[in-house]
Design a protein around this ligand. Sequence first.
Ligand code: UD1
Length: 430
Amino acid sequence: MDLLRITGDTPLTGTVTAGGSKNAALPIMAASILATEPVLIERVPEVVDVTTLSAVLAQLGVEVKRQDDGALRIETVDSSPTRADYELVRRMRASFCVLGPLLARRRRAVVSLPGGCNLGDRPVDLHLAGLAALGAKLRIDRGYVIAEADELRGADISLLGPHGATVTGTANVMSAATLARGTTIIRGAAREPEIVDLADFLNTLGARIVGAGEATIEIVGVEHLNGGTHRVIPDRIEAATLLIAGAITGGNVHVKNARLEHLGGVLDVLDRAGAELSVSANSVSILMQNRPRPIQVTTCPYPGVPTDVQPQLTALATIAEGRSEIVEGVFPDRFMHVPELKRLGARIERAGHAAVVDGLRRLVGAELMASDLRGGAALVLAALAAEGVSLVRRIYHVDRGHEQIERKLARLGAQIERCRDQQPAKVGSS
Ligand code: UD1
């Protein structure tokens, strides 16, 4: 296992480029199962989650190759397999996005339930209800969802759950509906840019989807989907993380490949925290001259502040001039980073689904352990701000979604290096 060794307290300065969106690329790769011809997907980030999904697709007879120009070429070479095993699906929940495309294209799908994860209980009931509404027969057997349908039929479906819309649920149902007979209406659809990107991709292949990005999406089913080329949108979560790296170190960072229209909620928070922002359509610069002002944040579905930036904003609040309140509106238990931030000296109290953070002038370096992707990124950011040396262990969580995080941060002047973790795994740790 690798760890990151970070010597903090250096303002980051310079220019850095965000990569392609992981959360857009994964459902697009899964939806490639629907195509009758090869597809080319450009700007797919080289992150571990993409490798994991490539392995799931290989198991399903779908070949994924990275070309010399960096694009992924995806082609179905054997359309008989229908089973995605627990061993792969448990590693990454987004593997569940193969369910809808498999069912629509191969009429049968056997996909492991993903199980819980470090963000808490994460049900898939809405995915299943949506596919059932399209006419699929579903049952659960020994931890696997078995879905069958000789033909999917368009339907009027609501996908709204107790915490708002479901992103990958919308992806699953929208993808399946492209090949259903007749028209499907999805109400309470997720409005995230990644859903718009998936719809753009599917429409490039010949699908007829309108309304992606709004709460109601209409899909007119077609006979088949062709091949095509698509370029994935920039990663708004990575861009936000790099901007917060600038803010938390009192630096001056220019992030290229950051789309202003996708970052509104986060930029509002950074503005209120006292950052000087300058924006163009495709890049954002941040200059932080003073300690951040305290922030009040409630995460919610797009276009609000994304839950995937909550841990990083919590890290920022640890050095703010006063009391911040961070309310988690999507995954109520997403606070595993809090005890680790406290190891740096941070003063944070949990209050139900919120964290109350009393900012300090200084954090002090410590040994830390990442427990999930975004929480791990938050620890890296806090370590960049802390005095002295920190070790962030289990950095593989961060590698799931960040392409070369240490190289990008080092280019901004961070003192950061990747090392082998010599410490044996402790008995009883998971
Ligand atoms: C996606 C993102 C993840 C992000 C999350 C919320 C990908 C690959 N992952 O995850 O990074 O944190 O959106 O923006 O894009 N829910 C139900 N029933 C369901 C499905 C979801 O109740 O069937 C609930 C969840 O428990 C959660 C909320 O709906 O409270 C939103 O979850 P959802 O949008 O489905 O998250 P993912 O799509 O898994």
